[in-house]
Design a protein around this ligand. Structure first.
Ligand SMILES: Cc1ncc(C[n+]2csc(CCOP(=O)(O)OP(=O)(O)O)c2C)c(N)n1
Length: 326
Protein backbone atom coordinates (compact mmCIF):
# COMPACT_ATOMS: atom_id res chain seq x y z
CA UNK A 1 0.00 0.00 0.00
CA UNK A 2 1.40 3.35 -0.92
CA UNK A 3 0.73 6.74 0.57
CA UNK A 4 -0.67 8.27 -2.60
CA UNK A 5 -3.21 5.59 -3.43
CA UNK A 6 -4.48 5.23 0.10
CA UNK A 7 -5.64 8.79 0.69
CA UNK A 8 -8.11 11.43 -0.46
CA UNK A 9 -5.85 12.37 -3.37
CA UNK A 10 -6.06 8.78 -4.57
CA UNK A 11 -9.85 8.94 -4.27
CA UNK A 12 -9.96 12.12 -6.35
CA UNK A 13 -7.86 10.37 -9.01
CA UNK A 14 -10.14 7.34 -8.92
CA UNK A 15 -13.25 9.48 -9.40
CA UNK A 16 -11.73 11.34 -12.33
CA UNK A 17 -10.66 8.09 -14.01
CA UNK A 18 -14.15 6.58 -13.54
CA UNK A 19 -15.85 9.69 -14.90
CA UNK A 20 -13.57 9.79 -17.96
CA UNK A 21 -14.23 6.09 -18.61
CA UNK A 22 -17.99 6.63 -18.50
CA UNK A 23 -17.59 9.55 -20.92
CA UNK A 24 -15.49 7.43 -23.30
CA UNK A 25 -17.80 4.40 -23.01
CA UNK A 26 -20.49 6.49 -24.64
CA UNK A 27 -18.44 7.27 -27.78
CA UNK A 28 -19.25 4.10 -29.78
CA UNK A 29 -22.93 4.45 -28.81
CA UNK A 30 -23.06 8.04 -30.04
CA UNK A 31 -21.25 7.02 -33.23
CA UNK A 32 -23.80 4.25 -33.84
CA UNK A 33 -26.55 6.80 -33.39
CA UNK A 34 -24.97 8.90 -36.13
CA UNK A 35 -24.31 11.82 -33.79
CA UNK A 36 -20.54 11.90 -34.36
CA UNK A 37 -19.23 12.87 -37.80
CA UNK A 38 -15.93 11.21 -38.60
CA UNK A 39 -14.24 8.93 -36.11
CA UNK A 40 -13.48 9.09 -32.41
CA UNK A 41 -10.79 7.12 -30.66
CA UNK A 42 -11.72 6.18 -27.09
CA UNK A 43 -9.04 5.31 -24.56
CA UNK A 44 -10.75 2.97 -22.09
CA UNK A 45 -8.02 1.29 -20.05
CA UNK A 46 -5.56 4.17 -20.48
CA UNK A 47 -7.08 6.59 -17.93
CA UNK A 48 -4.27 6.37 -15.35
CA UNK A 49 -1.83 8.07 -17.72
CA UNK A 50 -4.00 11.11 -18.47
CA UNK A 51 -5.03 11.52 -14.82
CA UNK A 52 -1.64 10.74 -13.28
CA UNK A 53 0.20 13.20 -15.52
CA UNK A 54 -2.44 15.93 -15.17
CA UNK A 55 -2.32 15.74 -11.37
CA UNK A 56 1.32 16.83 -11.61
CA UNK A 57 0.46 19.89 -13.77
CA UNK A 58 -1.14 23.31 -13.25
CA UNK A 59 -3.42 25.31 -15.57
CA UNK A 60 -0.36 27.28 -16.71
CA UNK A 61 1.26 24.13 -18.11
CA UNK A 62 0.53 23.05 -21.65
CA UNK A 63 -0.38 19.71 -23.20
CA UNK A 64 -0.33 18.67 -26.83
CA UNK A 65 -2.53 15.66 -27.34
CA UNK A 66 -3.31 13.05 -29.98
CA UNK A 67 -6.20 11.64 -32.01
CA UNK A 68 -6.99 9.65 -28.82
CA UNK A 69 -7.13 12.78 -26.70
CA UNK A 70 -10.45 13.09 -24.83
CA UNK A 71 -8.98 11.75 -21.58
CA UNK A 72 -5.97 14.09 -21.77
CA UNK A 73 -8.28 17.07 -22.28
CA UNK A 74 -10.75 16.13 -19.53
CA UNK A 75 -8.02 15.26 -17.04
CA UNK A 76 -6.44 18.68 -17.65
CA UNK A 77 -9.68 20.19 -16.33
CA UNK A 78 -11.94 20.60 -19.36
CA UNK A 79 -15.68 20.72 -18.75
CA UNK A 80 -17.30 17.40 -19.67
CA UNK A 81 -20.35 19.05 -21.28
CA UNK A 82 -18.37 21.43 -23.48
CA UNK A 83 -15.99 18.64 -24.51
CA UNK A 84 -18.91 16.39 -25.44
CA UNK A 85 -20.52 19.29 -27.33
CA UNK A 86 -17.31 19.74 -29.33
CA UNK A 87 -17.23 16.05 -30.21
CA UNK A 88 -20.86 16.23 -31.39
CA UNK A 89 -20.04 19.32 -33.49
CA UNK A 90 -22.22 21.67 -31.45
CA UNK A 91 -22.05 25.41 -30.88
CA UNK A 92 -21.28 25.12 -27.14
CA UNK A 93 -18.18 23.02 -27.79
CA UNK A 94 -14.78 24.48 -26.96
CA UNK A 95 -14.14 25.31 -30.64
CA UNK A 96 -17.74 26.14 -31.48
CA UNK A 97 -18.20 22.60 -32.78
CA UNK A 98 -15.80 23.12 -35.65
CA UNK A 99 -12.87 21.13 -34.28
CA UNK A 100 -14.56 17.89 -33.30
CA UNK A 101 -13.01 14.96 -31.45
CA UNK A 102 -9.56 15.30 -32.96
CA UNK A 103 -9.15 19.08 -32.72
CA UNK A 104 -10.27 20.21 -29.28
CA UNK A 105 -8.29 23.16 -27.94
CA UNK A 106 -8.83 24.87 -24.57
CA UNK A 107 -6.51 27.85 -24.38
CA UNK A 108 -7.26 28.77 -20.74
CA UNK A 109 -6.30 25.26 -19.61
CA UNK A 110 -3.19 25.02 -21.78
CA UNK A 111 -4.76 22.34 -23.98
CA UNK A 112 -3.00 23.07 -27.27
CA UNK A 113 -5.21 20.62 -29.06
CA UNK A 114 -5.99 17.03 -29.66
CA UNK A 115 -4.50 16.29 -33.08
CA UNK A 116 -5.42 14.06 -36.02
CA UNK A 117 -1.87 14.08 -37.36
CA UNK A 118 0.05 11.28 -35.68
CA UNK A 119 3.19 12.65 -34.00
CA UNK A 120 2.35 16.33 -34.56
CA UNK A 121 2.00 17.05 -30.85
CA UNK A 122 5.64 16.13 -30.26
CA UNK A 123 6.75 19.20 -32.22
CA UNK A 124 3.98 21.42 -30.82
CA UNK A 125 4.85 20.66 -27.18
CA UNK A 126 8.54 21.21 -27.87
CA UNK A 127 7.67 24.59 -29.38
CA UNK A 128 5.55 25.46 -26.34
CA UNK A 129 8.47 24.53 -24.10
CA UNK A 130 10.78 26.79 -26.13
CA UNK A 131 8.27 29.63 -25.68
CA UNK A 132 8.15 28.95 -21.93
CA UNK A 133 11.92 29.10 -21.72
CA UNK A 134 12.12 32.34 -23.71
CA UNK A 135 9.33 33.97 -21.70
CA UNK A 136 10.70 32.58 -18.45
CA UNK A 137 7.19 31.87 -17.19
CA UNK A 138 8.11 28.61 -15.46
CA UNK A 139 5.52 26.53 -17.30
CA UNK A 140 6.16 23.05 -18.66
CA UNK A 141 4.73 21.35 -21.74
CA UNK A 142 3.66 17.73 -22.12
CA UNK A 143 3.46 15.81 -25.36
CA UNK A 144 1.34 12.65 -25.29
CA UNK A 145 1.96 10.25 -28.16
CA UNK A 146 1.62 6.57 -29.00
CA UNK A 147 4.02 3.78 -29.83
CA UNK A 148 3.07 4.24 -33.49
CA UNK A 149 3.88 7.94 -33.35
CA UNK A 150 7.26 7.16 -31.83
CA UNK A 151 8.35 6.08 -35.32
CA UNK A 152 7.63 9.50 -36.81
CA UNK A 153 10.64 11.60 -37.89
CA UNK A 154 9.53 14.60 -35.84
CA UNK A 155 10.57 12.72 -32.71
CA UNK A 156 14.27 12.84 -33.70
CA UNK A 157 14.30 16.58 -34.29
CA UNK A 158 12.22 17.42 -31.23
CA UNK A 159 14.20 15.19 -28.86
CA UNK A 160 17.48 16.61 -30.10
CA UNK A 161 16.45 20.26 -29.81
CA UNK A 162 14.77 19.71 -26.43
CA UNK A 163 17.94 18.08 -25.10
CA UNK A 164 20.49 20.62 -26.35
CA UNK A 165 18.34 23.59 -25.33
CA UNK A 166 17.22 21.96 -22.04
CA UNK A 167 13.59 22.69 -22.77
CA UNK A 168 10.93 22.12 -20.08
CA UNK A 169 9.09 19.40 -21.99
CA UNK A 170 7.88 15.95 -20.92
CA UNK A 171 7.43 13.36 -23.62
CA UNK A 172 4.77 10.85 -22.52
CA UNK A 173 4.82 7.76 -24.72
CA UNK A 174 1.61 5.76 -24.23
CA UNK A 175 2.67 2.28 -25.28
CA UNK A 176 -0.65 0.50 -25.86
CA UNK A 177 1.16 -1.91 -28.20
CA UNK A 178 -0.83 -1.16 -31.34
CA UNK A 179 -0.80 1.51 -34.01
CA UNK A 180 -4.24 1.01 -35.53
CA UNK A 181 -3.89 -2.71 -36.44
CA UNK A 182 -0.08 -2.88 -36.43
CA UNK A 183 1.49 -4.60 -33.44
CA UNK A 184 4.56 -2.98 -31.94
CA UNK A 185 6.26 -6.39 -32.23
CA UNK A 186 6.15 -6.02 -36.02
CA UNK A 187 6.91 -2.31 -36.13
CA UNK A 188 9.86 -1.82 -33.77
CA UNK A 189 13.05 -3.89 -33.68
CA UNK A 190 14.30 -2.44 -30.38
CA UNK A 191 11.49 -3.06 -27.87
CA UNK A 192 13.02 -0.87 -25.16
CA UNK A 193 11.64 2.50 -26.22
CA UNK A 194 13.50 4.39 -23.49
CA UNK A 195 16.55 3.96 -25.74
CA UNK A 196 14.90 6.41 -28.14
CA UNK A 197 15.28 9.16 -25.54
CA UNK A 198 18.69 8.09 -24.29
CA UNK A 199 20.07 8.27 -27.84
CA UNK A 200 19.41 12.02 -27.79
CA UNK A 201 20.46 12.71 -24.22
CA UNK A 202 16.89 12.82 -22.90
CA UNK A 203 16.67 11.06 -19.50
CA UNK A 204 14.15 8.26 -20.01
CA UNK A 205 12.11 6.11 -17.65
CA UNK A 206 9.60 3.32 -18.14
CA UNK A 207 6.64 2.63 -15.89
CA UNK A 208 3.28 0.91 -15.42
CA UNK A 209 0.73 3.10 -17.17
CA UNK A 210 -2.09 1.13 -15.51
CA UNK A 211 -1.00 2.35 -12.06
CA UNK A 212 -2.07 5.89 -11.16
CA UNK A 213 0.44 6.28 -8.39
CA UNK A 214 3.38 5.19 -10.52
CA UNK A 215 2.40 7.56 -13.34
CA UNK A 216 1.92 10.43 -10.89
CA UNK A 217 5.33 9.77 -9.29
CA UNK A 218 7.18 9.68 -12.61
CA UNK A 219 5.34 12.76 -13.91
CA UNK A 220 6.01 14.73 -10.73
CA UNK A 221 9.73 14.01 -10.94
CA UNK A 222 9.80 14.98 -14.63
CA UNK A 223 7.91 18.24 -13.93
CA UNK A 224 10.35 19.11 -11.12
CA UNK A 225 13.29 18.50 -13.44
CA UNK A 226 11.72 20.66 -16.15
CA UNK A 227 10.90 23.53 -13.77
CA UNK A 228 14.42 23.42 -12.35
CA UNK A 229 15.84 24.05 -15.84
CA UNK A 230 17.19 20.53 -16.20
CA UNK A 231 15.44 19.88 -19.51
CA UNK A 232 13.28 17.20 -21.07
CA UNK A 233 12.27 13.75 -19.84
CA UNK A 234 10.82 10.79 -21.73
CA UNK A 235 8.30 8.58 -19.90
CA UNK A 236 7.48 5.27 -21.60
CA UNK A 237 4.27 4.04 -19.99
CA UNK A 238 2.95 0.55 -20.62
CA UNK A 239 -0.81 0.47 -21.17
CA UNK A 240 -3.57 -1.12 -23.25
CA UNK A 241 -6.68 0.10 -25.03
CA UNK A 242 -9.74 -2.04 -24.33
CA UNK A 243 -11.79 -0.95 -27.35
CA UNK A 244 -10.85 -1.06 -31.00
CA UNK A 245 -8.90 1.73 -32.66
CA UNK A 246 -12.21 3.39 -33.57
CA UNK A 247 -15.88 2.46 -34.04
CA UNK A 248 -16.21 -0.39 -36.56
CA UNK A 249 -12.73 -1.82 -35.92
CA UNK A 250 -13.01 -5.60 -36.49
CA UNK A 251 -10.01 -6.18 -34.20
CA UNK A 252 -8.78 -9.20 -36.15
CA UNK A 253 -5.24 -8.27 -35.17
CA UNK A 254 -5.64 -9.34 -31.53
CA UNK A 255 -7.40 -12.05 -29.56
CA UNK A 256 -10.25 -11.68 -27.08
CA UNK A 257 -8.07 -13.49 -24.54
CA UNK A 258 -5.37 -10.84 -24.84
CA UNK A 259 -7.90 -8.07 -24.23
CA UNK A 260 -9.38 -9.88 -21.23
CA UNK A 261 -5.91 -10.47 -19.76
CA UNK A 262 -5.15 -6.74 -20.00
CA UNK A 263 -8.40 -5.94 -18.18
CA UNK A 264 -7.29 -8.00 -15.20
CA UNK A 265 -4.82 -5.18 -14.47
CA UNK A 266 -7.48 -2.48 -14.75
CA UNK A 267 -6.31 0.88 -13.31
CA UNK A 268 -9.70 1.73 -11.80
CA UNK A 269 -10.43 -1.68 -10.28
CA UNK A 270 -6.98 -2.08 -8.73
CA UNK A 271 -6.96 1.41 -7.22
CA UNK A 272 -10.50 0.94 -5.90
CA UNK A 273 -9.49 -2.34 -4.24
CA UNK A 274 -6.55 -0.60 -2.55
CA UNK A 275 -8.67 2.30 -1.32
CA UNK A 276 -11.23 -0.11 0.10
CA UNK A 277 -8.49 -2.11 1.80
CA UNK A 278 -7.05 1.10 3.28
CA UNK A 279 -10.46 2.17 4.57
CA UNK A 280 -10.62 5.34 2.44
CA UNK A 281 -13.96 4.27 0.95
CA UNK A 282 -16.31 1.28 1.28
CA UNK A 283 -17.68 -0.73 -1.63
CA UNK A 284 -21.18 0.61 -0.86
CA UNK A 285 -19.95 4.21 -0.81
CA UNK A 286 -18.23 3.68 -4.15
CA UNK A 287 -21.45 2.33 -5.64
CA UNK A 288 -23.22 5.56 -4.70
CA UNK A 289 -20.27 7.73 -5.78
CA UNK A 290 -19.93 6.07 -9.17
CA UNK A 291 -23.69 6.43 -9.77
CA UNK A 292 -23.34 10.17 -9.09
CA UNK A 293 -20.38 10.40 -11.47
CA UNK A 294 -22.33 8.60 -14.19
CA UNK A 295 -25.23 11.04 -13.66
CA UNK A 296 -22.80 13.93 -14.16
CA UNK A 297 -21.67 12.39 -17.44
CA UNK A 298 -25.30 11.85 -18.45
CA UNK A 299 -25.94 15.55 -17.76
CA UNK A 300 -22.89 16.43 -19.88
CA UNK A 301 -24.27 14.34 -22.73
CA UNK A 302 -27.70 15.97 -22.46
CA UNK A 303 -26.04 19.41 -22.47
CA UNK A 304 -24.24 18.48 -25.70
CA UNK A 305 -27.33 16.97 -27.32
CA UNK A 306 -29.34 20.11 -26.51
CA UNK A 307 -26.69 22.45 -27.90
CA UNK A 308 -27.49 23.65 -31.46
CA UNK A 309 -25.21 23.13 -34.44
CA UNK A 310 -23.21 26.25 -35.35
CA UNK A 311 -24.89 28.45 -37.93
CA UNK A 312 -23.62 28.06 -41.48
CA UNK A 313 -22.66 31.76 -41.41
CA UNK A 314 -20.00 30.77 -38.85
CA UNK A 315 -18.20 28.44 -41.24
CA UNK A 316 -15.26 30.78 -41.82
CA UNK A 317 -15.06 32.54 -38.43
CA UNK A 318 -12.19 31.56 -36.10
CA UNK A 319 -10.56 29.64 -38.91
CA UNK A 320 -7.78 32.17 -39.55
CA UNK A 321 -6.07 34.39 -36.99
CA UNK A 322 -7.29 38.01 -36.96
CA UNK A 323 -5.36 40.10 -39.42
CA UNK A 324 -4.24 37.12 -41.51
CA UNK A 325 -5.40 36.95 -45.10
CA UNK A 326 -6.95 33.82 -46.55
C1 LIG B 1 0.88 11.38 -40.03
C2 LIG B 1 -0.21 10.35 -39.93
N1 LIG B 1 0.00 9.10 -40.41
C3 LIG B 1 -0.98 8.16 -40.32
C4 LIG B 1 -2.20 8.48 -39.77
C5 LIG B 1 -3.28 7.41 -39.64
N2 LIG B 1 -3.38 6.96 -38.24
C6 LIG B 1 -4.28 7.47 -37.39
S1 LIG B 1 -4.14 6.84 -35.85
C7 LIG B 1 -2.86 5.86 -36.30
C8 LIG B 1 -2.20 4.93 -35.32
C9 LIG B 1 -1.43 5.67 -34.28
O1 LIG B 1 -0.92 4.78 -33.34
P1 LIG B 1 -0.26 5.26 -32.00
O2 LIG B 1 0.60 6.44 -32.25
O3 LIG B 1 0.38 4.08 -31.37
O4 LIG B 1 -1.48 5.77 -31.13
P2 LIG B 1 -2.73 4.93 -30.58
O5 LIG B 1 -3.76 4.93 -31.69
O6 LIG B 1 -2.26 3.57 -30.25
O7 LIG B 1 -3.20 5.69 -29.39
C10 LIG B 1 -2.55 6.03 -37.65
C11 LIG B 1 -1.47 5.32 -38.36
C12 LIG B 1 -2.39 9.80 -39.32
N3 LIG B 1 -3.54 10.18 -38.75
N4 LIG B 1 -1.39 10.72 -39.38
Amino acid sequence: MTEYQANEQGLAGLKLMAKIREFERRMPLLSEEGLIRGSTHPSLGMEAIAVGVSLALTDKDAIASTHRGHAHTLAKGADFGRTMAEILGRKDGYCGGKGGSMHIGVKELGVLGTNGIVGAGIGIATGAALASKQLGDGSVAVSYFGDGASNQGVLAEAFNLAAIWKLPVIFVLENNHYAQSASIDDMVAQPDLTKRGEAYGVPSFSGDGMNLEEVYGLATAAVERARAGEGPTLLVLETYRYLGHMAGDTEIYRTKEEVEAAKSNDPIETLLARLIEAGVITAEEWETTSKELFEEVEAAEQFARNSPYPDVSEAFTDVYAKGASA
